[in-house]
Every structure is written in structure tokens, then in C-alpha cells.
Ligand binder design. Sequence first.
Ligand code: GLP
Length: 251
Amino acid sequence: MKVIVHADLDAIGSAIADSIQQLLSEKPNANLGVATGSSPLAVYRELARRHRDSGLSFAQAQAFMLDEYVGLAEDHPERYFNVIDRDFASHLDFAEGTIHGPNGLAEDVELEAREYDESITVAGGVDLQILGVGSNGHIAFNEPGSELDSRTGTIALTDQTRSDNARFFDDDVSAVPKLALTQGLGTIMEARKLVLIALGEGKADAVHALIEGQVTPEWPVSILQKHPDVTVYLDTSAAGKLTDPALYLAN
Ligand code: GLP
């Protein structure tokens, strides 16, 4: 695992945009794995800038989302499909129908989960997956206690995650759905390259578990230790509980 600490958020956005640009130059029809949340926003901003200013193109690429709330109305602004469109896809030149995510409004969500998981494999797998991490160590919506080789399925969100995410629902925890669809940990681990971003001191415990802890279902993010190609980008606050954060300082 490669760990890089940057004081400057734009530097993180730029470093990850470089990896994506490199991938697209080698494989224009790459499959990108995209995450919601605030952590990847600097990456998405930088990709939009490169598309606008220097023609970086996603016209042959596809994107696969990590997760989705179950039951949010189609036009709800926090439905992840809408979030990814707003923060990411609408600023780029993806072809119609190439942004994929599990449908939280499917009649049979378990079937939807299985079909979504399969569709990723059929498409050739994810080439580069962008990840954030929850304060409790969840990735996508794989909450503590999740099986480390799980496949895409439904999950009951913890009180911690619902209260962390209440900020997107006018600080009203009761408005945050209780159930979500999420790519499983085993599914995420099949992506060829993983890039995780963690920002702020609220992520410091999860980052400690990821980099210095044991691999355990109690900290789902720790499974990334077993992946052969992971780069973790941190700001100085998220790195605050590492034994020697200076080891990882960029430059
Ligand atoms: C949500 C998402 C995760 C994301 C996490 C962290 O729970 N399901 O995919 O990584 O939030 O979000 P943020 O980056 O806003 O801290």
C-alpha cells in the first residue's frame, strides 16, 4: 500500500486526476469506479477542468457507482445517481447510458444487487476505483461487521453513518434512509487499482485501522491491506493518528 500525505487538497485532486488521465490514455474505454461523498470532489473538479481546458475525454469510458440508498425518490437530490450526475458525470462527456449504479428503487433489491454485481464482471471489471471512507471504517456502505469477501447486497446503515450523512439531509437524521445497496468488499477488491481519499480528523481512526491495524471486519477498510495496488491519499488531519505521519509526507 502506498500512502501519501498532502497538506493541499488540490494536490490530491491533481495526483488522482493524473492516474485517471494516464489510464484513459492507455485504455480509452476504461471502467472507472466512482464514489459519492465530499472526499472525491477535488478529483472530480480537476477532471472537469481537464475536460474543459485540455479535452480529456470520457467518451468511450464507463463509470460504475459503489452504492445507493434504498427507497429515495427518483428526483431526490441525495439519491446517489443524482449526486454522481451533479458532481461528476454532467461535467464530462460520457456517452448516454454509461453511468451505472445499483437501483435503490428496484422492486426486488436483492435481485438488483446480484445483477449489478454481475454487470460489473460482464463489463470487464473496474480498472480504477475511487474510494472514500466512513468515520467508522466503512467503504461504500460496508458497515463494521460486514464479511470481508461480501458481494453486492443490501445493508442496514448504522446510527453513526446515518448521523454522519445527516448533513446532506438538512441535518435531519430521520430523513436518512435506513437501508442501502452496496458493492460488497469482495466486489470492490476485484477492481484492478484502488485509490482512497481520507480528509479531516474524523477519519483519523479509520486511517489508523487501514494502515496500522489488523485486517478485521470491525474496520472494513482494513481489507485494502490485501489488495496489490492501493494508494491512500490523506490530509494531515486524517493522518493524525499514525505513528509517524511524517514518513508519508509528499515532497
Ligand atoms: C458515504 C458513502 C461512502 C463515502 C462516505 C464518506 O457513506 N457511502 O462511499 O466514502 O460516505 O463520505 P465523505 O467523503 O463525505 O466523508
